[in-house]
Write a protein that binds this ligand. Structure first.
Ligand code: GUN
Ligand code: ZN
Length: 429
């Protein structure tokens, strides 16, 4: 039995950022066999058909079959304020983000937005996200309840903020952040395909006492990830210097409170000092590039070339609603454009890897998701490489798979997503 998906298949035998585009495994007429929620075989369509005559066949023709996209940094509570005009990070948070996040103490509103959010990301071919919630435990319950209902592998945590830099009504305390996080962790971490992530928002909205308390919690649960923001805008870096005068640098505000380690996932990481780069590399912490956010909020240009050459663990993400799109295709396009502005043309294989294996690797989940290979969970997207007239006419001229894929990376959106599978089941809308 099982499900056999046929089409052009794309997986990775290694990291194309370090091994070149030849690390990709492509078949013009390939197949993926799914059984019990897992990928059990990837090969040539004809071979798989012969070997598994009773499997139910879904033939996607020329469409590209890939691992579902992984979005390594997002804020689901910001869904309704995406594309809010005219601000930079600090006033964007104060004008748009914080007022919206205040609404998530209402479990009905949190559930409504969680449902809308997962509808949107799945329509864009994203099968796993790592999200911030709000300070409210209700926002975490809403996220995980919806992810579990849909059988998704998903990551999230209660966003912790106890400093008076956050507004009235949107603050916890060092103690309540610790206790709520601990309770939510024990409720959700390891249930179904869900993982709890310890989530101080960023140093400017936490007291040292809160960072310390969350560092202690992480020390007791080292199998959890810890996510936060690092060096996104120059004004923010200066703010941190003022709030933490004895810290060596921004990273040190986390490091000195037990919040630096291999499972740390730092969003943005644009303005890094040499010591910070060295320490992040040394401990093998993850850096998550959020290119549509960095252009939209006017943050700056992530050093993909330098950091990947130095061996940093790098993922890709939308950072919605600071990011301007739910689509990882649009996010790949922005990553391409940002890298171009720094003199490096990322290969389509590198972009696709960053949106699948790379993002999964930044969440330390690349042994389970983000690749089309036997033993991986069957989270899969079928991508139409001719989804609009403009893309179709360009793809027609393609001489190889990468020339066929690149127009969809640059111009594609949710119209390119033919079908999505999560945990071996077809997603129906
Ligand atoms: N830094 C702290 N909080 C946020 C947020 O919600 N979005 C972005 N882009 N940066 C942040
Ligand atoms: Zn963020």
């Amino acid at each position: 039995m099982g499900e056999l998906l046929l089409g052009q298949t794309l997986g990775f035998a290694a990291n194309p950022m370090t091994h070149g585009p030849g690390a990709a495994r492509v078949s013009a007429r390939g197949g993926v066999l799914i059984e019990g929620g897992m990928i059990v075989a990837v090969g040539e369509a004809d071979d798989l058909r012969r070997a598994h005559p009773s499997a139910r066949v879904t033939d996607y023709g020329d469409a590209l079959i890939s691992a579902g996209f992984v979005d390594a940094h997002a804020h689901y509570p910001q869904t309704a304020i995406i594309a809010s005009w005219g601000k930079r990070l600090i006033d964007w948070l104060q004008s748009y983000t914080f007022p919206e996040e205040m609404r998530f103490g209402d479990p009905d509103y949190a559930a409504e937005i969680a449902t809308r959010y997962f509808d949107l990301v799945l329509a864009n071919g994203t099968t796993t996200v790592c999200s911030y919630c709000t300070i409210h435990p209700e926002s975490v319950d809403a996220f995980f309840t919806e992810a579990a209902r849909r059988g998704l592998r998903a990551y999230a945590g209660k966003t912790c903020m106890d400093r008076d830099t956050a507004p009235d009504g949107l603050r916890d305390t060092a103690q309540s952040a610790h206790d709520d996080s601990a309770r939510l962790l024990s409720r959700w971490h390891g249930k179904d395909r869900l993982s709890y992530v310890i989530t101080p928002r960023f140093s400017p909205t936490s007291t040292p006492e809160q960072l310390e308390a969350l560092g202690a919690l992480w020390a007791r649960h080292p199998d959890c990830l810890m996510q936060t923001h690092l060096s996104e805008q120059t004004d923010e870096v200066a703010w941190v210097k003022g709030l933490y005068p004895s810290a060596r640098d921004y990273l040190d505000t986390y490091e000195s409170h037990g919040l630096l380690g291999p499972g740390a996932v730092f969003g943005h990481a644009i303005y890094l000092e040499p010591r910070e780069r060295d320490r992040l590399r040394e401990v093998d912490a993850s850096l998550v590039h959020c290119p549509t956010s960095n252009t939209f909020i006017g943050s700056g240009l992530f050093d993909m070339d330098g950091l990947s050459r130095a061996g940093h663990r790098i993922g890709l993400a939308t950072d919605t609603g600071g990011g301007s799109s739910f689509s990882m295709l649009r996010t790949m396009a922005a990553a391409y454009e940002v890298a171009q502005l720094r003199g490096r043309a990322l290969h389509p294989a590198e972009l696709w890897w960053l949106a699948t294996q790379g993002a999964a690797r930044s969440l330390r989940a690349d042994d389970r998701i983000g690749n089309l290979a036997p033993g991986m969970e069957a989270d899969i997207v079928a991508v139409d490489l001719a989804s609009t007239p403009a893309i179709a006419q360009r793809a027609k001229r393609a001489g190889d798979i990468w020339e066929a894929v690149f127009p969809t990376i640059m111009m594609g959106d949710d119209r390119a997503i033919r079908e999505v599978w999560t945990g071996g089941a077809r997603v129906t809308t």
